[in-house]
Design a protein around this ligand. Sequence first.
Ligand code: NAP
Length: 304
Amino acid sequence: MRILLTGGTGMLGVDLRRAMQAEGHVVDCPNRNDLDLSSGPSIDAFFLNVSADWIVNCAAYTKVDEAESEQYEANYLNAVAPFTLARHARRIGARILHLSTDFVFDGAKQRPYTESDEPNPIGNYGRSKLQGERLLQKENPDGVVVRTAWLFGAFGKCFPRTILSAFESGRQLRVVDDQVGSPTYTRDISEAITNLIGNNAPPGVYHIVNAGQASWRELAVETIFAHLLRSSHSSESRQEESELRARAEAAVLPIRTEDWPTKAQRPNYSVLCTDKYCSLGFERLPDWRDAVARFVSELQPLPA
Ligand SMILES: NC(=O)c1ccc[n+]([C@@H]2O[C@H](COP(=O)([O-])OP(=O)(O)OC[C@H]3O[C@@H](n4cnc5c(N)ncnc54)[C@H](OP(=O)(O)O)[C@@H]3O)[C@@H](O)[C@H]2O)c1
């Protein structure tokens, strides 16, 4: 299939492009100079001469805290641009798949959120993403919206990468332990999105994340543990593994959300349920711990 991928330079976009190409799809990735999604005229001009089977929108305004003050920019990229892409998709006869976020939920629930749970974002990033979902679906009822969460990958800034560099600098880490979510590896969700496209998924919203749940601190500890395990040269006995885990635990002090004030409020629980995706016949994504171990080895390949 011919796929037009926006945001192909972003953390998810790079892995997604590779995953789709590995399945034999032809992927066009316009950069910002060719297609500036913050400008309606730029989008309209670009689509004068485009053909595609799918449009996949990974471009977004993703700075959660800055979105509180840069509301216009966030709303344009996260709501107006997906709406405009949806209109062009309909016009050229392409399907559209758009990425959204767990931050559309308020965190009041204590069980994994399903697609039928009512969103209620508590920050402007989540509000802009929810508006984008709704405008896109209204304009193009054939559209697919994939909500994911807590992404990490080799091609962008992400929490596990920040944790590793802070750990390596020898600093004592303090990480929030009372926000729980679904850490997700960009490589794994890229395969899942490629499955949806390859199987012409029914329209609607899908939650796609790695299995399991974690707090930010648990994610930090697991990342450091995977790093220590990878760097350790001796044979990995159970005894050694538990020593490395204890070292990782000791490196990260748990703190509460109020001890780490941020401009934007975040949901304190935003685990996503992936049953709907699995009901299409696809396997559940691997556990997030397994994903963290693969991510760390992608960052730090063993010497040949
Ligand atoms: N990161 C997460 O933890 C997370 C969690 C849940 C959902 N999501 C969603 O997943 C999707 C991908 O996120 P990500 O983390 O991969 O994002 P990212 O790394 O911040 O990448 C954003 C992409 O959007 C492009 N972009 C920004 N402004 C643009 C503009 N005016 N015109 C054209 N392109 C523009 C960027 O291009 P440049 O390279 O030119 O800047 C980049 O390719 C987004 O929809 C995001 O909301 C992310």
